[in-house]
Design a protein around this ligand. Structure first.
Ligand SMILES: Cc1cc2nc3c(=O)[nH]c(=O)nc-3n(C[C@H](O)[C@H](O)[C@H](O)COP(=O)(O)OP(=O)(O)OC[C@H]3O[C@@H](n4cnc5c(N)ncnc54)[C@H](O)[C@@H]3O)c2cc1C
Length: 425
């Protein structure tokens, strides 16, 4: 059976690639399915070149990513920034070395279940539909596509309004060394001041000749609705032209646009309901770090909740002590063989704003791939039957510090909750 695997991972972003590597390097047959032409997702094809969490104790897959970028000279003078273009190669080499079978240009578009387990998935690619089977699946599609296709329950956005954090088309500029002639189509309004710039970090000089634009702010769109997503891309492109025009006119007269994300950056889509939903009441205002017996990754970033209403850089930013992410948040409720990793795990919207960061997604991916690998080795049919001690020992041996008290929280900003920023209760 050519299309039968031990583990199928849907989505080759940070979490999915880490999951596939973790399972494949233990000699399991692993298929990694990715819609785009490269691995790394938001942090490569999305252009997001910054880590916003503690970088230590995150597992040997994340360590290898950092080391790989260093070998290529692809970390910038600002040490949390890196070159997403190079990261594509780093991830690909790591996946190839681990023996992962990679399927690019392919979308998971259907799922078949029997007796509370996922058995087969449908894949669309090159105008063809075909299927593949596996013992275990990892949904790392960012928006939880595979789980939803299988019939899993999910949450989205703020409970009443379903509003999600804004989307951004991230971009990069480079220094041409000669004065540019800024141009803005007449239909677009020029940005007049830095305060009017849409988004967060428009124009961060990360190296001598390179500027990072974590810019554009598309509010009130739904990344899981094709029409709304498409509309968001159009609006973001308009905003990007206005941002570049402003920067060329006011701050970087010799810089030109180098690249923008192959797809708009989606901070928040669906969150798949697992055996447990980690809530903000679990993680806020604690005296000591939150630990769980089934903790399989540690989140270290502050709450980073961009305002759902206001443009610009406003939002709720608050330090939290490092906290465990329990395996229960990564097991799709009602499914024996479906793990979820990355930004679509089972947490509420506020926790999501903290645990969605790239290093944390990498750790979750490593945990999801490892639990699927151990389940295969131990001959169990339900991921819940893998003894948690063996999973945690394996992760520990693979460089993951699972005790949140041994992590350092990451909280560079503090702009406490403003009633206008968060519409939830
Ligand atoms: C604009 C923006 C700025 C950010 N800034 C930072 C920052 O400064 N620091 C930080 O640490 N984090 C930041 N984040 C958060 C972080 O980048 C993401 O949360 C993280 O990279 C998500 O990783 P993931 O693997 O869960 O999902 P993704 O990286 O989104 O990967 C999902 C992958 O699945 C693929 N896919 C989707 N659906 C399917 C399907 N049906 N079939 C096959 N493949 C599919 C996608 O193509 C993608 O490659 C930012 C996010 C955004 C959007």
């Amino acid at each position: 059976m050519g299309n039968c695997y031990d583990v199928i991972v849907a989505g080759g972003g940070t979490a999915g690639t880490a999951a596939a590597i973790a399972a494949s390097r233990r000699n399991h047959k692993v298929l990694l399915i990715e819609e785009q032409n490269c691995l790394g997702g938001t942090s490569t094809s999305g252009g997001v070149g910054e880590w916003f969490a503690s970088l230590e104790g995150t597992g040997n897959i994340f360590d290898a990513v950092v080391a790989g970028l260093e070998k290529f000279g692809a970390r910038f003078a600002k040490p949390r920034h890196f070159n997403p273009e190079v990261l594509k190669s780093v991830w690909q080499f790591m996946a190839e070395e681990a023996g992962v079978q990679i399927l690019f240009h392919s979308s998971v578009c259907g799922a078949e279940c029997s007796e509370h387990a996922l058995s087969r998935i449908e894949i669309a690619s090159c105008s063809r539909l075909f299927s593949a089977e596996a013992k275990f699946f990892v949904d790392a599609t960012g928006e939880g596509d595979l789980s939803v296709l299988a019939g899993a329950q999910f949450m989205q956005g703020e409970p009443d309004t379903r509003k999600v954090l804004h989307m951004s088309l991230v971009a990069w500029m480079y220094d041409t060394g000669t004065l540019q002639t800024p141009y803005l189509p007449a239909s677009l309004e020029p940005v007049r001041s830095r305060e009017e710039l849409p988004g967060l970090g428009a124009g961060v000089l990360v190296d001598r000749n390179r500027v990072y634009l974590n810019a554009t702010k598309v509010l009130d769109h739904d990344p899981t609705d094709p029409w709304s997503l498409s509309d968001a891309e159009r609006e973001a492109r308009h905003q990007l032209l206005r941002v570049v025009h402003y920067l060329q006119t006011h701050e970087y007269p010799t810089f030109a646009l180098a690249s923008s994300g192959a797809r708009i950056g989606i901070r928040e889509g669906r969150r798949i309901i697992g055996d447990y939903v980690l809530a903000r009441s679990d993680i806020l205002d604690r005296r000591e770090p939150l630990d769980f017996e089934d903790g399989v990754a540690v989140a270290t970033s502050q709450i980073d909740f961009h305002s759902l209403k206001k443009t610009g850089n406003s939002g709720w930013r608050q330090a939290v002590l490092p906290y465990s992410i329990p395996l229960r948040c990564m097991l799709a409720k009602g499914f024996a063989n479906l793990a979820v990793a990355g930004k679509c795990i089972s947490v509420d919207q506020v926790v999501h704003s903290s645990c969605r960061m790239t290093p944390t997604c990498c750790a979750m991916g490593q945990a999801a791939g490892t639990v699927a690998a151990l389940a295969t080795e131990q001959g169990v049919v339900d991921l819940r039957d893998v003894p948690i001690s063996s999973l945690r020992q394996t992760l520990n041996a693979d460089g993951m510090e699972l005790n949140p008290a041994r992590h350092t929280g990451f909280a560079p900003h503090d702009t406490r909750l403003d009633a206008d920023d968060y519409v939830g209760t």
